[in-house]
Write a protein that binds this ligand. Structure first.
Ligand SMILES: [Zn+2]
Length: 74
């Protein structure tokens, strides 16, 4: 896949992240948010409930127009 953004490296996904499941509870939610894990500074998918419960460890990142697919740079 062609790299669409110049800032691709700033939006690296966590190696254990999956596109259609919550990073924490593994729930297959239709509404997943893309947030940044503060510890690793990498992006993960997360359901709303986990986001609220872990808001001190994860940041909502709305600085980019996400298209719903995992932003791989390969
Ligand atoms: Zn969850």
């Amino acid at each position: 896949m062609k790299c669409k953004y110049m800032d691709e490296k700033c939006y690296e996904f966590h190696e254990r992240d999956t596109v259609e499941k919550c990073f924490l509870c593994q729930e297959n939610s239709s509404k997943l948010f893309i947030v940044r894990q503060i510890e690793s500074m990498k992006m993960v998918h997360m359901c709303g409930e986990c986001m609220v419960n872990n808001s001190s460890d994860y940041l909502l990142d709305n600085t980019r127009p996400w298209e719903g697919e995992k932003g791989r740079s390969e």
